[in-house]
Design a protein around this ligand. Structure first.
Ligand SMILES: Cc1cc2nc3c(=O)[nH]c(=O)nc-3n(C[C@H](O)[C@H](O)[C@H](O)COP(=O)(O)O)c2cc1C
Length: 367
């Protein structure tokens, strides 16, 4: 095809990571880990199939502590067994010529005691009212009102994130992405509709940003700024993480994080949005753009993010689930495979590793 697709083929440096092109695979929770959160061989196959076609893969959200595990069969990076499990994936990705970073996650109030075996915690004891989630026993369990974290616990969690980052690098990840988006714990601190604290972690934009700043600085100290990115989703309010302050907390966050020289900032936002471009300048780091859940990212849109100067790279989720050779498909102007959303959170290879490439085979030709 002779259109603007080649803008996506330009190489890009993100800190220590040299991307051969600008199509990035979004973090996508798929619930295929072992019960205890250990990543397994099936996951390694799935990621290996998409490596390379995605210049960089952001792993599915990966919990840093059992208390922050939102859903059954999501993976963790909280202990040595997790580290060894992920090694299968990082090896498969590297063998296929790709790069992968681990998305570091804590669910906070988006979690259930039946899944974690622990109470749920948050910046403040504010419940997510309209949310029901999967537990090992139920498909639609309401989440309980969380307990407010103590100041000491917050400091402990900063260390937990840093330990997880170090473990991720030991597992062979090329870097880490701090999950500050979608209404999970870090976002719960940023959002003034959720965070009503009166200590140094709430009450002003600077204070609401403080936990994320401390986590980021600790992660940077553990693995280096050139291997650390962060994902943010300033409004709309995913998981009821409502924000009323017009972006001021993000401005405060950018002011603190810009001097660190992060590898990238990954934002879910519409491309022409003024806050997006303001934050891009304020962070001063390469910008990865994904528009969010409303509508599946299409080929032309991914091209336009880079071509029209909205971002440095385009991050694509659902199209990568259904189409492991997405770069090659889009380059050839060929259609994507039909996705099977009903299998996004199912178990086993169906709807996971069985999507064909253009040649009509599963991507590794192994089945
Ligand atoms: C099945 C599924 C799982 C997702 N899991 C995550 C996740 O683990 N972490 C995250 O930050 N976003 C997650 N998202 C959001 C995606 O990263 C992305 O923002 C969204 O799918 C919109 O991009 P798309 O239109 O290209 O699919 C998920 C989305 C889907 C559809």
């Amino acid at each position: 095809m002779t259109d603007d697709f080649d803008v996506l083929r330009q190489p890009l440096k993100l800190g220590a990571l040299d991307l051969p092109h600008r199509l990035v695979m979004a973090p996508l929770t798929r619930n295929r880990a072992d019960e205890d959160g250990t990543a397994n061989a099936l996951m390694a196959e799935y990621y290996g199939q998409r490596a390379g076609s995605a210049a960089l893969i952001v792993s599915e959200a990966t919990w840093v502590a059992q208390q922050g595990k939102p859903y059954p069969r999501t993976p963790g990076i909280a202990n040595d067994a997790h580290r060894e499990g992920w090694r299968l994936t990082t090896d498969a990705v590297h063998e296929a010529g790709g790069l992968i970073v681990a998305q570091l996650w804590h669910g906070g109030r988006v979690a259930h005691p039946d899944t974690t075996g622990e109470d749920t915690v948050c910046a403040s004891p504010t419940a997510v009212e309209k949310l029901t989630i999967f537990t090992p026993h139920e498909a639609e369990a309401p989440v309980p009102t969380p307990r407010e974290l103590t100041t000491d616990e917050i400091r402990g969690l900063v260390q937990t994130f840093a330990d997880a980052a170090r473990r991720a690098i030991e597992a062979g990840f090329d870097g880490v992405e701090i999950h500050g988006a979608n209404g999970y714990l870090l976002h719960q601190f940023l959002a003034d509709g959720v965070n009503h604290r009166e200590d140094e972690y709430g009450g002003s934009p600077e204070n609401r940003a403080r936990f994320v700043v401390e986590v980021t600085k600790a992660v940077v100290a553990a693995v280096g700024a050139d291997r650390t990115g962060i994902r943010l989703s300033p409004a709309p309010a995913a998981h009821e993480a409502t924000e009323f302050d017009g972006g001021d907390t993000y401005r405060a966050l950018a002011k603190e994080l810009a001097p660190l020289g992060l590898a990238y900032v990954h934002v879910m936002r519409q491309p022409g949005d003024p806050l997006l471009q303001e934050l891009r300048t304020a962070f001063g780091a390469p910008l990865l753009l994904n528009t969010g859940f409303a509508k599946k990212t299409e080929r032309e849109e991914a091209i336009s993010f880079v071509r029209d100067g909205h971002a440095d790279a385009s991050v694509v989720g659902r199209a990568f689930i259904s189409t492991p050779d997405l770069l090659e498909r889009w380059a050839a102007g060929q259609p994507e495979n039909e996705g099977r959303p009903e299998l996004y959170y199912a178990s086993g290879p169906e709807g996971y590793t069985d999507y064909p490439t253009m040649a009509g085979e599963t991507a590794l030709g192994t089945s």
